[in-house]
Design a protein around this ligand. Structure first.
Ligand code: IYR
Length: 218
């Protein structure tokens, strides 16, 4: 058993008061919109590496970091992913979605056509590890991957990049197309890039709940 060793912590401090710093972050994050019309303009690999570094700096159960971010820019692979995703989505819209679900989605105007899977310069496929690469255990993997993905979205937003949290279901095809090992489960598909010049977003169905409804103070 490894003995714990402690070192002094040097906290990062914003150079403005906490209320100002927190609001500034909110002002940027609250402008994030899920985008379904991407430009095909490139995003550099270096930019992507910084965004993924931010995501991978997330806390995780016993620091097992049970995630893999597979970043796809190959047009051939993007095409394969699009075709497979559209087949799953066809089944979703025609067979699996309940009427109530379709009604909830109506303001977003989504359908089985997923052009953005071709157009976006990058598809980030988030995989959850079910075991560590050395065969060891992972803990709270669901929560850990959720936190890392949230940080990924925040990092993209701070960079000016648009994202979409796309969840074709089931997602098994992603592991197959990308030839991922047994210990990885596809968790989310995130197209990332710049919004198209004429990009429009839904006007309705996207309002956030008021603070009083989501925050409880004792
Ligand atoms: N996966 C489908 C349907 C869909 C489901 C939810 I929940 C959304 O918030 C948006 C869409 C699609 O991407 O079209």
């Amino acid at each position: 058993m490894e003995e714990p060793v402690f070192v002094p912590h040097h906290p990062w401090r914003p150079d403005v008061p906490p209320e100002v710093s927190a609001k500034k972050f909110y002002d940027t994050l609250s402008q994030r919109r899920s985008i379904r019309h991407f430009s095909d303009a490139p995003v550099s690999l270096e930019t992507m590496e910084w965004v993924i570094r931010s995501a991978a700096s997330a806390p995780s159960g016993a620091n097992k970091q049970p995630w893999r971010f597979v970043c796809v820019q190959s047009p051939a692979l993007k095409k394969k992913i699009r075709l497979a995703a559209e087949e799953e989505e066809r089944r979703f819209y025609e067979e699996r979605a309940t009427d109530a679900w379709k009604e909830d989605l109506a303001p977003l105007g989504t359908d089985k056509v997923k052009e953005y899977l071709d157009t976006a310069p990058w598809l980030v496929v988030v995989f959850k590890l079910t075991k560590d690469d050395d065969g060891g255990g992972v803990y709270y993997a669901e929560e850990s991957v959720g936190i890392a993905t949230g940080m990924l979205l925040a990092a993209a937003q701070m960079t000016g990049l648009a994202t979409l949290t796309h969840t074709p279901s089931p997602m098994k095809f992603l592991g197959e197309v990308l030839e991922r090992p047994e210990n990885e489960r596809a968790w989310m598909l995130i197209p990332m890039g710049w919004p198209a010049k004429d990009c429009e977003v839904p006007a309705h169905g996207v309002e956030k709940k008021p603070l009083e409804q989501v925050m409880v103070v004792h």
